[in-house]
Design a protein around this ligand. Structure first.
Ligand code: PLP
Length: 381
Protein backbone atom coordinates (compact mmCIF):
# COMPACT_ATOMS: atom_id res chain seq x y z
CA UNK A 1 0.00 0.00 0.00
CA UNK A 2 2.69 2.48 1.07
CA UNK A 3 4.56 2.05 -2.19
CA UNK A 4 1.51 2.46 -4.42
CA UNK A 5 0.88 5.96 -2.99
CA UNK A 6 3.86 7.47 -4.81
CA UNK A 7 2.93 6.32 -8.35
CA UNK A 8 -0.66 7.37 -7.63
CA UNK A 9 0.32 10.94 -6.70
CA UNK A 10 2.75 11.10 -9.64
CA UNK A 11 -0.05 10.04 -12.01
CA UNK A 12 -2.36 12.73 -10.62
CA UNK A 13 0.22 15.46 -11.25
CA UNK A 14 1.69 13.76 -14.38
CA UNK A 15 5.28 14.64 -13.49
CA UNK A 16 8.54 12.95 -12.52
CA UNK A 17 9.81 16.15 -10.89
CA UNK A 18 9.61 17.18 -7.23
CA UNK A 19 5.98 17.53 -6.11
CA UNK A 20 5.53 20.25 -3.47
CA UNK A 21 2.86 20.24 -0.78
CA UNK A 22 1.22 23.37 -2.14
CA UNK A 23 2.45 25.71 -4.88
CA UNK A 24 0.66 28.87 -6.04
CA UNK A 25 -0.65 29.16 -9.61
CA UNK A 26 -0.51 32.50 -11.47
CA UNK A 27 -2.34 31.99 -14.75
CA UNK A 28 -4.85 34.84 -14.70
CA UNK A 29 -4.51 38.62 -14.54
CA UNK A 30 -1.89 38.60 -11.78
CA UNK A 31 1.00 39.82 -13.99
CA UNK A 32 -1.16 42.50 -15.57
CA UNK A 33 -2.43 43.90 -12.25
CA UNK A 34 0.99 43.87 -10.56
CA UNK A 35 2.51 45.69 -13.58
CA UNK A 36 -0.24 48.28 -13.43
CA UNK A 37 0.41 48.80 -9.72
CA UNK A 38 4.10 49.39 -10.45
CA UNK A 39 3.34 51.76 -13.35
CA UNK A 40 0.98 53.76 -11.13
CA UNK A 41 3.86 54.22 -8.59
CA UNK A 42 1.33 53.39 -5.84
CA UNK A 43 3.09 50.26 -4.66
CA UNK A 44 2.81 50.82 -0.95
CA UNK A 45 0.24 51.77 1.64
CA UNK A 46 -2.41 53.39 -0.55
CA UNK A 47 -3.76 52.42 -3.96
CA UNK A 48 -6.85 51.26 -5.75
CA UNK A 49 -6.04 47.54 -5.56
CA UNK A 50 -6.30 47.56 -1.75
CA UNK A 51 -9.84 48.96 -1.99
CA UNK A 52 -10.69 46.58 -4.82
CA UNK A 53 -9.33 43.59 -2.91
CA UNK A 54 -11.40 44.48 0.15
CA UNK A 55 -14.51 44.91 -2.01
CA UNK A 56 -13.92 41.55 -3.70
CA UNK A 57 -13.54 39.89 -0.30
CA UNK A 58 -16.78 41.49 0.91
CA UNK A 59 -18.67 40.27 -2.15
CA UNK A 60 -17.20 36.79 -1.82
CA UNK A 61 -17.79 36.26 1.89
CA UNK A 62 -20.81 38.46 2.57
CA UNK A 63 -19.05 40.06 5.56
CA UNK A 64 -19.99 43.52 6.86
CA UNK A 65 -16.52 44.90 6.13
CA UNK A 66 -13.19 43.40 5.05
CA UNK A 67 -9.92 45.04 6.15
CA UNK A 68 -6.73 44.04 4.30
CA UNK A 69 -3.58 43.53 6.39
CA UNK A 70 0.10 42.62 5.89
CA UNK A 71 -0.40 39.00 6.90
CA UNK A 72 -2.81 36.61 8.55
CA UNK A 73 -1.20 36.91 11.97
CA UNK A 74 -1.71 40.70 11.87
CA UNK A 75 -5.34 40.13 10.85
CA UNK A 76 -5.78 37.81 13.82
CA UNK A 77 -4.09 40.28 16.18
CA UNK A 78 -6.39 43.07 14.95
CA UNK A 79 -9.48 40.83 15.30
CA UNK A 80 -8.51 39.96 18.88
CA UNK A 81 -7.99 43.63 19.81
CA UNK A 82 -11.40 44.38 18.28
CA UNK A 83 -12.89 41.48 20.29
CA UNK A 84 -11.78 43.26 23.47
CA UNK A 85 -9.00 40.83 24.41
CA UNK A 86 -6.65 42.60 26.82
CA UNK A 87 -3.41 41.90 28.63
CA UNK A 88 -4.01 39.21 31.27
CA UNK A 89 -7.05 37.65 29.55
CA UNK A 90 -7.49 33.99 28.69
CA UNK A 91 -8.73 32.91 25.26
CA UNK A 92 -9.95 29.39 24.47
CA UNK A 93 -8.43 27.80 21.38
CA UNK A 94 -7.24 24.44 20.09
CA UNK A 95 -3.82 22.85 20.69
CA UNK A 96 -3.91 21.43 17.14
CA UNK A 97 -3.21 24.60 15.18
CA UNK A 98 -0.45 26.56 13.49
CA UNK A 99 1.59 28.60 16.00
CA UNK A 100 0.35 31.96 14.60
CA UNK A 101 -2.94 31.58 16.50
CA UNK A 102 -1.09 31.49 19.83
CA UNK A 103 1.61 34.01 18.88
CA UNK A 104 -1.04 36.65 18.22
CA UNK A 105 -2.41 36.03 21.73
CA UNK A 106 1.01 35.95 23.36
CA UNK A 107 2.09 39.32 21.95
CA UNK A 108 -0.97 41.02 23.40
CA UNK A 109 -0.29 39.60 26.85
CA UNK A 110 -3.15 37.11 26.63
CA UNK A 111 -2.85 33.38 27.34
CA UNK A 112 -4.41 30.52 25.38
CA UNK A 113 -6.42 27.80 27.10
CA UNK A 114 -6.18 24.59 25.07
CA UNK A 115 -9.30 22.53 24.48
CA UNK A 116 -9.58 19.32 22.43
CA UNK A 117 -10.55 19.11 18.76
CA UNK A 118 -13.51 17.22 17.33
CA UNK A 119 -13.19 14.09 15.19
CA UNK A 120 -15.80 15.58 12.85
CA UNK A 121 -13.84 18.71 11.88
CA UNK A 122 -10.29 18.41 13.34
CA UNK A 123 -11.14 21.84 14.84
CA UNK A 124 -12.29 23.07 18.27
CA UNK A 125 -14.83 20.67 19.78
CA UNK A 126 -18.00 22.33 21.17
CA UNK A 127 -18.61 19.48 23.63
CA UNK A 128 -15.08 19.71 25.03
CA UNK A 129 -15.36 23.52 25.17
CA UNK A 130 -18.62 23.41 27.11
CA UNK A 131 -17.22 20.74 29.45
CA UNK A 132 -14.11 22.85 30.11
CA UNK A 133 -16.18 25.93 30.92
CA UNK A 134 -18.62 23.99 33.12
CA UNK A 135 -15.73 22.62 35.14
CA UNK A 136 -13.38 25.64 35.23
CA UNK A 137 -15.32 28.87 34.79
CA UNK A 138 -18.18 30.92 36.15
CA UNK A 139 -20.00 34.13 35.26
CA UNK A 140 -19.34 36.96 37.72
CA UNK A 141 -21.61 39.80 38.86
CA UNK A 142 -20.67 41.93 35.83
CA UNK A 143 -21.61 39.11 33.47
CA UNK A 144 -18.00 38.32 32.64
CA UNK A 145 -16.69 34.80 32.16
CA UNK A 146 -14.06 34.13 34.83
CA UNK A 147 -11.52 31.31 35.01
CA UNK A 148 -12.30 30.16 38.54
CA UNK A 149 -8.86 28.95 39.65
CA UNK A 150 -6.97 32.13 38.67
CA UNK A 151 -9.73 34.74 38.74
CA UNK A 152 -8.66 35.88 35.28
CA UNK A 153 -11.17 36.76 32.58
CA UNK A 154 -11.89 34.48 29.63
CA UNK A 155 -12.79 36.88 26.83
CA UNK A 156 -13.03 34.94 23.57
CA UNK A 157 -13.07 31.62 21.76
CA UNK A 158 -10.82 31.21 18.70
CA UNK A 159 -11.60 28.06 16.71
CA UNK A 160 -9.42 27.27 13.68
CA UNK A 161 -10.80 25.63 10.52
CA UNK A 162 -8.08 22.99 10.15
CA UNK A 163 -6.96 22.42 6.54
CA UNK A 164 -10.08 24.36 5.45
CA UNK A 165 -12.66 22.08 7.15
CA UNK A 166 -15.22 24.24 9.00
CA UNK A 167 -15.70 23.65 12.74
CA UNK A 168 -19.17 23.34 14.32
CA UNK A 169 -19.80 27.08 14.40
CA UNK A 170 -23.49 26.93 15.38
CA UNK A 171 -22.69 25.07 18.59
CA UNK A 172 -19.67 27.27 19.39
CA UNK A 173 -21.70 30.41 18.76
CA UNK A 174 -24.34 29.19 21.23
CA UNK A 175 -21.60 28.58 23.85
CA UNK A 176 -20.30 32.12 23.31
CA UNK A 177 -23.80 33.47 23.77
CA UNK A 178 -24.29 31.53 27.01
CA UNK A 179 -20.86 32.36 28.50
CA UNK A 180 -20.60 35.94 27.25
CA UNK A 181 -17.57 35.26 25.04
CA UNK A 182 -16.65 36.74 21.65
CA UNK A 183 -16.32 34.28 18.74
CA UNK A 184 -13.24 35.03 16.60
CA UNK A 185 -12.65 32.59 13.74
CA UNK A 186 -9.11 31.77 12.68
CA UNK A 187 -10.19 31.33 9.05
CA UNK A 188 -6.60 31.56 7.80
CA UNK A 189 -6.91 28.26 5.92
CA UNK A 190 -10.57 28.34 4.95
CA UNK A 191 -11.11 30.88 2.16
CA UNK A 192 -13.88 29.37 0.03
CA UNK A 193 -15.16 27.07 2.83
CA UNK A 194 -18.76 27.32 3.96
CA UNK A 195 -20.58 26.40 7.17
CA UNK A 196 -24.23 25.61 6.37
CA UNK A 197 -24.00 27.83 3.30
CA UNK A 198 -22.35 30.75 5.09
CA UNK A 199 -18.71 31.67 4.41
CA UNK A 200 -16.34 30.79 7.25
CA UNK A 201 -15.00 33.80 9.12
CA UNK A 202 -18.40 35.54 8.97
CA UNK A 203 -20.28 33.55 11.61
CA UNK A 204 -18.13 34.82 14.48
CA UNK A 205 -18.05 38.53 15.29
CA UNK A 206 -14.62 38.58 13.59
CA UNK A 207 -12.68 36.31 11.24
CA UNK A 208 -9.06 36.35 10.09
CA UNK A 209 -8.01 35.07 6.65
CA UNK A 210 -4.41 34.51 5.47
CA UNK A 211 -3.05 35.03 1.95
CA UNK A 212 0.40 33.63 2.60
CA UNK A 213 2.13 31.91 -0.34
CA UNK A 214 0.97 28.43 0.68
CA UNK A 215 -2.73 29.27 1.12
CA UNK A 216 -5.46 28.65 -1.50
CA UNK A 217 -5.19 32.27 -2.73
CA UNK A 218 -2.04 34.31 -2.15
CA UNK A 219 -1.02 37.97 -2.13
CA UNK A 220 2.61 37.00 -1.46
CA UNK A 221 1.98 37.83 2.17
CA UNK A 222 -1.31 39.20 3.40
CA UNK A 223 -4.42 38.84 5.45
CA UNK A 224 -7.94 40.15 5.85
CA UNK A 225 -10.01 40.86 8.96
CA UNK A 226 -13.68 40.04 8.37
CA UNK A 227 -15.95 42.18 10.55
CA UNK A 228 -19.60 41.25 10.97
CA UNK A 229 -20.60 44.83 11.75
CA UNK A 230 -19.67 47.55 9.29
CA UNK A 231 -18.85 50.06 12.08
CA UNK A 232 -16.41 47.59 13.65
CA UNK A 233 -14.76 47.24 10.26
CA UNK A 234 -14.31 51.00 10.08
CA UNK A 235 -12.59 50.95 13.47
CA UNK A 236 -10.44 47.93 12.50
CA UNK A 237 -9.31 49.81 9.38
CA UNK A 238 -8.48 52.86 11.53
CA UNK A 239 -6.41 50.71 13.92
CA UNK A 240 -4.48 48.99 11.12
CA UNK A 241 -3.63 52.30 9.43
CA UNK A 242 -1.86 54.04 12.37
CA UNK A 243 -5.14 55.43 13.81
CA UNK A 244 -4.64 58.64 11.83
CA UNK A 245 -7.47 61.16 11.68
CA UNK A 246 -8.23 61.80 8.00
CA UNK A 247 -6.76 65.18 6.99
CA UNK A 248 -5.10 66.43 3.78
CA UNK A 249 -1.79 67.23 5.52
CA UNK A 250 -1.92 67.11 9.31
CA UNK A 251 -0.77 64.15 11.40
CA UNK A 252 -3.03 63.40 14.30
CA UNK A 253 -3.38 59.87 15.67
CA UNK A 254 -6.17 59.42 18.20
CA UNK A 255 -4.84 56.18 19.77
CA UNK A 256 -1.87 53.81 19.42
CA UNK A 257 -2.44 52.16 16.05
CA UNK A 258 -0.65 49.56 13.97
CA UNK A 259 1.01 49.77 10.59
CA UNK A 260 -0.71 46.60 9.44
CA UNK A 261 -2.12 47.62 6.06
CA UNK A 262 -1.57 45.48 2.99
CA UNK A 263 0.66 47.13 0.34
CA UNK A 264 -1.01 47.90 -3.00
CA UNK A 265 1.49 45.64 -4.80
CA UNK A 266 0.32 42.65 -2.81
CA UNK A 267 -3.34 43.59 -3.22
CA UNK A 268 -2.83 43.70 -7.01
CA UNK A 269 -1.61 40.12 -6.97
CA UNK A 270 -4.54 39.20 -4.73
CA UNK A 271 -7.13 40.75 -7.08
CA UNK A 272 -5.83 38.53 -9.87
CA UNK A 273 -5.82 35.49 -7.58
CA UNK A 274 -9.37 36.01 -6.27
CA UNK A 275 -10.67 35.93 -9.84
CA UNK A 276 -9.32 32.37 -9.99
CA UNK A 277 -10.71 31.17 -6.65
CA UNK A 278 -13.74 29.39 -8.16
CA UNK A 279 -11.45 27.43 -10.50
CA UNK A 280 -9.05 26.56 -7.68
CA UNK A 281 -11.95 25.33 -5.55
CA UNK A 282 -13.29 23.11 -8.33
CA UNK A 283 -9.87 21.72 -9.10
CA UNK A 284 -9.11 21.02 -5.44
CA UNK A 285 -12.44 19.28 -4.96
CA UNK A 286 -11.68 17.01 -7.92
CA UNK A 287 -8.27 16.24 -6.45
CA UNK A 288 -9.79 15.49 -3.04
CA UNK A 289 -12.23 13.05 -4.67
CA UNK A 290 -9.31 11.26 -6.38
CA UNK A 291 -7.57 10.86 -3.02
CA UNK A 292 -10.81 9.78 -1.37
CA UNK A 293 -11.38 7.04 -3.98
CA UNK A 294 -7.77 5.91 -3.76
CA UNK A 295 -7.79 5.51 0.04
CA UNK A 296 -11.29 3.98 0.23
CA UNK A 297 -11.10 0.59 1.94
CA UNK A 298 -7.42 0.96 2.93
CA UNK A 299 -5.92 1.29 6.40
CA UNK A 300 -5.65 5.07 5.79
CA UNK A 301 -8.62 7.31 6.52
CA UNK A 302 -8.99 10.23 4.12
CA UNK A 303 -10.19 13.40 5.91
CA UNK A 304 -13.51 14.43 4.34
CA UNK A 305 -15.46 17.64 4.75
CA UNK A 306 -17.92 17.57 7.69
CA UNK A 307 -21.55 16.79 6.72
CA UNK A 308 -22.75 20.34 7.51
CA UNK A 309 -20.02 22.04 5.50
CA UNK A 310 -18.49 22.65 2.12
CA UNK A 311 -14.72 22.63 2.48
CA UNK A 312 -12.14 24.27 0.24
CA UNK A 313 -9.95 21.16 0.67
CA UNK A 314 -6.95 23.45 1.07
CA UNK A 315 -4.65 20.70 2.35
CA UNK A 316 -5.56 17.06 1.80
CA UNK A 317 -4.92 14.84 4.80
CA UNK A 318 -5.03 11.19 5.76
CA UNK A 319 -5.05 9.60 9.19
CA UNK A 320 -2.61 6.70 9.43
CA UNK A 321 -3.40 3.61 11.52
CA UNK A 322 -0.37 4.28 13.76
CA UNK A 323 2.58 6.61 14.36
CA UNK A 324 4.83 3.88 12.98
CA UNK A 325 3.03 3.77 9.65
CA UNK A 326 2.98 7.57 9.59
CA UNK A 327 6.74 7.78 10.06
CA UNK A 328 7.35 5.27 7.27
CA UNK A 329 4.96 7.09 4.93
CA UNK A 330 6.71 10.44 5.56
CA UNK A 331 10.10 8.82 4.96
CA UNK A 332 9.17 6.94 1.78
CA UNK A 333 7.33 9.83 0.09
CA UNK A 334 9.78 12.62 0.94
CA UNK A 335 12.79 10.56 -0.16
CA UNK A 336 10.97 9.99 -3.47
CA UNK A 337 10.56 13.80 -3.94
CA UNK A 338 6.84 13.68 -3.19
CA UNK A 339 6.41 16.18 -0.37
CA UNK A 340 4.26 15.13 2.58
CA UNK A 341 4.16 16.54 6.09
CA UNK A 342 3.07 15.65 9.60
CA UNK A 343 0.63 17.98 11.33
CA UNK A 344 1.95 20.71 13.68
CA UNK A 345 3.39 19.81 17.08
CA UNK A 346 0.59 20.50 19.59
CA UNK A 347 0.84 24.00 21.03
CA UNK A 348 1.10 22.90 24.67
CA UNK A 349 4.36 21.08 23.82
CA UNK A 350 6.00 24.33 22.66
CA UNK A 351 8.09 26.08 25.35
CA UNK A 352 6.12 29.34 25.08
CA UNK A 353 2.76 27.67 25.75
CA UNK A 354 3.62 24.69 27.95
CA UNK A 355 2.23 26.32 31.10
CA UNK A 356 -1.08 27.36 29.53
CA UNK A 357 -4.15 25.78 31.12
CA UNK A 358 -5.67 22.91 29.16
CA UNK A 359 -8.44 20.35 29.17
CA UNK A 360 -8.05 16.71 28.10
CA UNK A 361 -6.51 16.57 24.59
CA UNK A 362 -7.14 12.93 23.59
CA UNK A 363 -8.26 13.58 19.99
CA UNK A 364 -5.56 16.21 19.46
CA UNK A 365 -2.85 13.79 20.62
CA UNK A 366 -4.19 10.94 18.53
CA UNK A 367 -4.28 13.13 15.40
CA UNK A 368 -0.89 14.66 16.12
CA UNK A 369 0.86 11.32 15.80
CA UNK A 370 -1.11 10.02 12.80
CA UNK A 371 -2.02 12.83 10.36
CA UNK A 372 -0.14 13.25 7.09
CA UNK A 373 -0.77 16.07 4.61
CA UNK A 374 -0.55 15.13 0.93
CA UNK A 375 0.37 17.26 -2.09
CA UNK A 376 -2.56 19.61 -2.63
CA UNK A 377 -1.69 22.16 -5.32
CA UNK A 378 -4.54 22.46 -7.76
CA UNK A 379 -3.45 20.24 -10.67
CA UNK A 380 -4.50 22.75 -13.36
CA UNK A 381 -5.28 21.07 -16.69
C1 PLP B 1 -1.40 30.58 7.77
C2 PLP B 1 -2.02 30.65 9.10
C3 PLP B 1 -2.10 31.84 9.86
C4 PLP B 1 -1.57 33.18 9.45
O1 PLP B 1 -0.46 33.11 8.73
P1 PLP B 1 0.35 34.34 8.10
O2 PLP B 1 1.55 33.61 7.59
O3 PLP B 1 0.64 35.30 9.16
O4 PLP B 1 -0.46 34.92 6.98
C5 PLP B 1 -2.78 31.80 11.07
N1 PLP B 1 -3.34 30.68 11.51
C6 PLP B 1 -3.30 29.52 10.82
C7 PLP B 1 -3.98 28.34 11.36
C8 PLP B 1 -2.63 29.45 9.59
O5 PLP B 1 -2.60 28.31 8.92
Amino acid sequence: MLNSIIPFIRSVYSTDDFIPLHAPVFEGNEHEYVSRAIKSTFVSSVGKYVDQFEKQMEALTGTGKAVATVNGTAALHTALVMAGVRCGDFVITQALTFVATCNALHHMGATPIFVDVSKVSLGLCPIATEAYLDENAHIDGDGQCIHTETGRRIQAIVPMHTFGHPVQLGELDAICEKWNLVLVEDAAESLGSYYEGQHTGTIGEYGAVSFNGNKIVTTGGGGVVLCNQYENGVRAKHLTTTAKKPHPYEFFHDEPGFNYRMPNLNAALGCGQLEKLAEFLESKRRLALCYQDFFEGTEFEFVKEPPYAKSNYWLNAIICPSKDVRDRLLQVTNSASVMTRPVWTLMHRLPAFSSSPRGPLCNSESFESRIVNLPSSPPMD
